[in-house]
Write a protein that binds this ligand. Structure first.
Ligand code: SF4
Length: 509
């Protein structure tokens, strides 16, 4: 197997405050609106975000004239010209304005200079809607905007030696802006008001710093959309630093990149790239399993070997479980399923069973704040009817409070793999539906969750013990002699490294 590159995360990376605020505002408005909202141009240059908005019913248009009178328009983070605001008002459109404050500041500076009769040069791409918005701002107060770069401006109808003001598209490369200002300064008296956005600058600077200390064989991967100016600039900065540079706008594209010869890979992302795309890409690059399931075995033996009651072993095991959940978050594991109590465990002494049920309830109550803070969705799989009403109330309240979160923690209580299959078959029969392998999945306790990639079992036992029988058909197994309360991060890393080194053929060749 080819050795995968060591992955470094280049920070800062990803969504800037302006894009983050614009996306959050649009999503919130889209969720509460009962009618479609119209977005003038792409809200931000990223297909993943655009698809999410489309799924909420957003309609993307290129001009306000395409929006029916009286409807709602969203102005993007890139800002719009006063002329567009006027046209929206004439159509009686309700406006949701997500213009980034940094872009709004450039508009106001350009307008001030124009009102002071200074010609304004905008360094940037004249076709970019941010630049078009600034041009409109200048024209709205009777000025003329000069767009482009020094070579074009020098040939414009501006007399040599005249005073000019310079602003810049916020996503310009800071070094390029400095060079352009210097070039313009040779012919004009330049009032420099060009400020590339701090977010853009910081992300570019981080790539430069990474490149400075990079050893031969190091590459840079930029994650972002090809329509995103700042993502493209990041790739330019990396390439200019002499590093082999890669670009991926989607996970499919990432899967097809050939990293041969790259020993170390710095990963960054543009200011419009969602963090969930970034973390999923990192997870794949590091070969971290998406779903880890654990048979937490050995609490009783751990306690007995220390002359303690078995209940102490369960308490120590609960502490380990909390740690594992944190490590999963840190390493990018999206789903963690643990086998806490099997359908067979009801045969244990009553005092032990009662102690365990009380421990579940206490742990869930104690951890509620952590689940919410860390945005972890809690779910239970198993026969709910076997549980006491009070425990079930705690479980279902927590499931409800955390249902929006993406990362998931699934606890199997009164669970058996055979019982799950039997329950699923009975559900299908009661609906009178014949099943296929695919449709059967929806009758499982949590059929929407992908199958576990890796199943870990502690305490030296090498059995599946009726755990996730259907779901683990193609899972990789990792067995360790370590008793569950002693399961450490080092052991967890060993399990993940073992998984990363396996060639998962899933029945193929
Ligand atoms: S890159 Fe800068 S200017 Fe552009 S939206 Fe983000 S914060 Fe605003």
């Amino acid at each position: 197997m080819k050795e995968p590159p060591v992955i470094d995360i280049i920070s800062p990376h990803g969504m800037c405050a302006g894009v983050h605020a614009a996306v959050a505002k649009a999503l919130a408005e889209g969720k509460k609106s009962e009618v479609p909202l119209y977005c003038l141009h792409e809200l931000v240059h990223n297909e993943i975000v655009i698809d999410e908005l489309k799924a909420l019913g957003f309609i993307f248009v290129d001009s306000v004239e395409q929006i029916p009178v009286g409807e709602t328009v969203v102005f993007s983070a890139h800002g719009v010209s006063p002329q567009i605001r006027k046209a929206a008002a004439e159509r009686k459109l309700k406006v949701i304005d997500t213009t980034c404050p940094f872009v709004a500041k450039v508009h106001s500076v350009a307008k001030d200079f124009t009102e002071k009769k200074l010609p304004v040069v905008i360094l940037g791409d004249e076709k970019h809607i941010e630049v078009q918005g600034i041009v409109g701002e200048i024209e709205s107060v009777g000025g003329k905007a000069y767009c482009g770069f020094s070579s074009a401006i020098e040939n414009a109808s501006l007399p040599a030696g005249s005073k000019i003001a310079v602003v810049a598209q916020t996503t310009m490369n800071a070094e390029k802006v400095a060079a352009e200002i210097e070039a313009l300064g040779k012919k004009f008296k330049v009032k420099n008001a060009a400020r590339v956005c701090g977010a853009t600058d910081e992300r570019q600077e981080a790539v430069r710093r990474y490149a400075e200390t990079a050893l031969p064989g190091t590459g840079v991967l930029v994650l972002g959309s090809r329509t995103s100016a700042n993502s493209k600039r990041l790739a330019e900065v990396a390439a200019a630093s002499g590093l082999k540079t890669f670009f991926a706008g989607s996970l499919e594209e990432l899967e097809n990149i050939d990293f041969s010869g790259v020993k170390r890979l710095g990963v960054t992302s543009g200011a419009s790239t969602p963090e969930r795309f970034f973390s999923e890409a990192i997870r794949r690059l590091r070969h971290i399993p998406e779903h880890v399931a654990i048979i937490m075995d050995g609490n009783g033996r751990w306690a007995t070997s220390r002359g303690k009651p078995r209940g102490e072993g369960h308490k120590a095991g609960a502490k380990t479980l909390g740690d594992v959940l944190d490590w999963c978050g840190k390493k990018g594991v999206k789903y963690l399923t643990v086998y806490a109590f099997s359908t067979e465990n009801w045969k244990r002494p009553k005092s032990e069973v009662t102690g365990l049920m009380n421990l579940f309830a206490a742990m869930l109550k104690k951890k509620e704040r952590d689940f919410i803070k860390n945005r972890v969705r809690f779910r239970m799989i198993g026969r709910r009817g076997d549980l006491s009403k009070s425990l079930l109330r705690v479980i279902e309240a927590l499931e409800l409070k955390t249902q929006e979160f993406e990362r998931q923690f699934i606890v199997a209580i009164s669970y058996g793999g055979r019982a799950e299959i039997v329950d699923a078959v009975n559900s299908a029969i009661s609906r009178g539906e014949p099943v296929t392998e695919e449709s059967f999945r929806k009758y499982l306790y949590a059929g929407d969750i992908p199958d576990p990639d890796l199943v870990i079992r502690t305490s030296g036992e090498c059995r599946t013990s009726n755990f996730l029988l259907w779901e683990s058909a193609y899972s990789e197994y990792y067995f360790t002699d370590v008793l569950w309360p002693d399961f450490s991060e080092e052991e967890f890393d060993k399990a993940i490294a073992s998984y990363a080194g396996r060639n998962r053929r899933r029945g193929g060749v």
